[in-house]
Design a protein around this ligand. Structure first.
Ligand code: HEC
Ligand code: HEC
Length: 339
């Protein structure tokens, strides 16, 4: 059986193979690349649609008012525009900034700003249950969904079982989140060989980016998914459960103090504010930081200390703007067609 999927303007091919269903990118910019997924959670059409429904449904939360989309807005590449969200059920500010969600199927060195979360299937229980996020009680949530005609049917179609478990909720959400794929910016068109896709200023910005930024913001994801200290602080406060200590919180290695995961810079022009605590409101502030504001500490990564001239900052800004993928932002809803 063959289905054609149209996703965010991109063509995806799903087919039954010996290894199960595959979702393949047939976009001209990432042709033939299939979206990675764990063996125990293959993509199904019903699973992705159910995951999408769950992502936007506030009834999953304890007070019926908070959904995943309360902190991950589709038109902001699934970030939320505030430094520290208070949108959770408790109304308390979170400890870290809500990151954008895209191309996470390829982020294989751990989720969260310190890489301490993942894989997606187990990470989902974090926001679902956290008292400052959705505060759900999984037992009563699954019980409620079993009684709900729509959800009982949708889970049956997605997973072929009447015994709905919280695992099925996390599997469906993970399938949906893996389909959030952004690869259609002007920069992608340029990479695919269209010389005219970038203006001269953005091309100049690209060469400055390659000199100063791409050691960490590398490759097609504009991230090495690794951990670095880019000079934000001199001392690292423990905060709530060590959230400001960076990768050290996970590894306990002193070399990891203050190191955070390199974020992808795709769609960065519309995902302000920036950094793990949302401390910079604009890209101009970010560039001023790299140029003039690096703070020294034992783990600071020296490749992040250089000075940028005014013209170089302008060119870099022009480059960061061509990373916006408007088709991803304009078509957040999954549209599925079968043939
Ligand atoms: C109240 C705000 C809030 C809600 C609600 C919320 N999130 Fe998040 N999300 C965050 C924050 C903040 C982080 C970063 C946590 C960290 O790094 O410590 C995050 C991180 C993530 C990540 C990891 C991204 C990465 O690049 O590492 C994923 C995936 C994610 N959330 C998906 C979801 C899903 C799915 C839901 C609904 C079940 C959800 N979130 C609900 C605020 C929220
Ligand atoms: C040594 C590695 C490294 C270098 C070099 C580097 N960055 Fe970063 N960048 C990071 C890390 C790590 C973060 C996240 C830090 C945090 O939140 O604590 C980051 C965050 C950012 C952010 C915020 C993104 C977001 O979603 O919050 C932007 C924008 C950015 N960098 C742009 C640049 C530019 C432009 C350059 C070159 C002028 C550059 N970076 C050079 C590692 C690096």
């Amino acid at each position: 059986m063959r289905y054609w999927f149209f996703l965010f303007g991109m063509l995806l091919l799903a087919c039954d193979t010996d290894t199960g269903q595959q979702l393949r990118l047939a976009s001209p910019f990432a042709a033939g690349d299939s979206i990675p997924h764990p063996e125990n959670n293959p993509f199904t059409e019903a699973g992705i649609l159910l995951g999408e429904k769950l992502f936007f449904d506030p009834s999953l939360s304890r007070n019926g008012q908070v959904s995943c989309a309360s902190c991950h807005f589709p038109d902001r590449a699934f970030s939320d525009g505030v430094a520290l969200s208070k949108a959770g059920v408790s109304g308390q500010p979170l400890d870290r900034h809500s990151p954008h969600l895209m191309n996470l199927a390829w982020a294989d060195q751990g989720l969260f700003w310190d890489g301490g979360g993942g894989p997606l299937e187990s990470m989902m229980f974090g926001p679902l249950m956290h008292e400052d996020e959705m505060g759900a009680d999984l037992l009563s949530l699954t019980e409620r969904m079993r009684q709900d005609e729509f959800y009982a049917q949708a889970f049956y179609e997605a997973f072929g079982t009447d015994s709905l478990l919280s695992m099925h909720i996390s599997h469906a959400l993970s399938q949906y989140v893996r389909t959030l794929v952004s690869f259609q910016s002007d920069y992608d068109r340029f990479l695919a060989g269209d010389e005219n896709a970038l203006e001269p200023l953005a091309k100049r910005g690209l060469s400055i980016f390659e000199k100063h930024c791409s050691s960490c913001h590398s490759g097609v994801h504009l991230s090495d998914f690794g951990f670095h200290n880019n000079g934000l602080d001199t001392v690292f406060q423990e905060g709530n459960e060590g959230v400001h200590l960076g990768r050290y919180r996970i590894s306990g290695e002193s070399a990891d103090m203050g190191r955070f995961k390199t974020p992808s810079l795709r769609n960065v022009a519309i995902t302000a504010p920036y950094m793990h605590d949302g401390r910079f409101a604009t890209l101009e502030e970010v560039l001023d930081h790299y140029s003039e504001g690096i703070k020294h500490s034992p783990t600071v990564d020296i490749t992040a200390s250089f000075q940028l001239k005014k013209e170089e900052k302008e060119a870099l800004l022009a480059f960061l703007h061509v990373l916006t993928d408007s088709s991803f932002l304009e078509n957040p809803q999954l549209v599925l067609e079968m043939q």
